[in-house]
Design a protein around this ligand. Structure first.
Ligand code: ZN
Length: 332
């Protein structure tokens, strides 16, 4: 309550501008809630989403939609990471910054997110081979959203192995509008996911795909089962993170917030206890993939298992930061 007088005075002094601003205490309350939910696990997610002065790493960058020409391949020393098996049937094929995953089923492999085009060969194709898997078994490539850091490998995997590419309907539209010279090429439309989401089954494994528009209009998030030493655990996968371009577009902020609540609810329903993202800075995948290889004591948790409460905290960070940022932007 202590801010009430100051806010009222500001409103009188500067008219409608001040009236459009939420009380600082309200913004601070959302940031405090996000910070508390982030704890030590999701510090980078908190910093990138909640603190506006923080550098915004890991976005689509120059390879985003509409990029005129393929960017040069960066120095391999700055991004290459060896592949790792992280669960009985889930493999991490990421660079140090961006993650691509291989979910092995009884009827072939589902690749979840690709990466920049220059990573397709060394990380996905060679990565699978190094881990004893055959890239020819790739049946589906599921793309969380149409930004270059996650989708530039899709066309190549489709062309080379006949994999079906799965994407949110609005993101297909932006993808198909790219010039043929776009980095990684342009995939043909295979499976298009609408606002109600869908279930994708391959052999013994089903991915529940949840439409979570916001970061892009067609962003998809997922829940799916993996096995940890034979025991089934459920994964929640967050498909799109940053909100930096939303500005004063209140509807877009609201859509993003509703999406985080939707995937959090689905994650709670299936008791998801593993939190994954497509950026290592958000889920710690680069470090955790290496930790998995270290010996585990009996009863010690898998490094990727954060518990059902840990998964919910991730989405709380996203939701609370978005609410703070929306107020700060003066969006309605
Ligand atoms: Zn993106």
């Amino acid at each position: 309550m202590k801010y009430t007088g100051a806010v009222a005075l500001l409103a009188v002094m500067s008219g409608t501008t001040a009236l459009a601003q939420a009380p600082p205490s309200e913004i601070d309350a959302h940031i405090a809630a996000a910070r508390s939910a982030a704890g030590q696990d999701y510090r980078a997610t908190f910093v990138n989403l909640c603190l506006p002065s923080a550098p915004r790493g890991g976005g689509p960058g120059p390879a985003g939609p509409g990029a005129p020409a393929p960017p040069p391949t960066p120095d391999r020393a700055n991004w290459y990471a060896a592949p790792f098996k992280v669960f009985d049937n889930l493999y991490w094929l990421g660079t140090r910054q961006h993650s691509s995953w291989a979910l092995q089923t009884s009827a072939g492999i589902i690749i979840i997110d690709t990466n920049f085009a220059w990573a397709t060969e060394p990380e996905i194709i060679e990565g699978l081979t190094k881990l004893g898997l055959n890239p020819r078994d790739i049946k589906y490539v599921v793309i969380s959203h149409a930004h270059g850091d996650h989708d530039q490998g899709a066309a190549e995997l489709q062309k080379r192995y006949g994999a079906q590419v799965v994407m949110g309907a609005p993101d297909w539209e932006s993808t198909l509008a790219r010039p043929a010279t776009a980095a990684g090429g342009v995939p043909k439309r295979d499976v298009s996911v609408g606002p109600d989401g869908t279930k994708l089954t391959l052999g013994d494994t089903t991915i529940q795909i949840v439409a979570t528009p916001g970061h892009t209009p067609g962003t998809l998030s997922y829940v799916f089962p993996v096995k940890d030493q034979g025991r089934t655990v459920m994964v929640a996968y967050s498909g799109g993170t940053l909100t930096g371009a939303f500005g004063t577009d209140g509807a877009r902020w609201d859509e993003y917030i509703a999406s985080q609540r939707r995937i959090a609810r689905v994650a709670a329903e299936v008791e998801a206890s593993v939190m994954l993202s497509n950026h290592s800075e958000y889920d710690g995948a680069y470090t955790k993939a290496r930790l998995v290889a270290a010996p585990r004591q009996p009863g010690e948790n898998h490094p990727f298992i954060v518990g059902t409460e840990g998964v919910q905290r991730y989405f709380t960070v996203m939701t609370e930061c978005a609410m703070a940022a929306k107020l700060r932007a003066g969006a309605k």
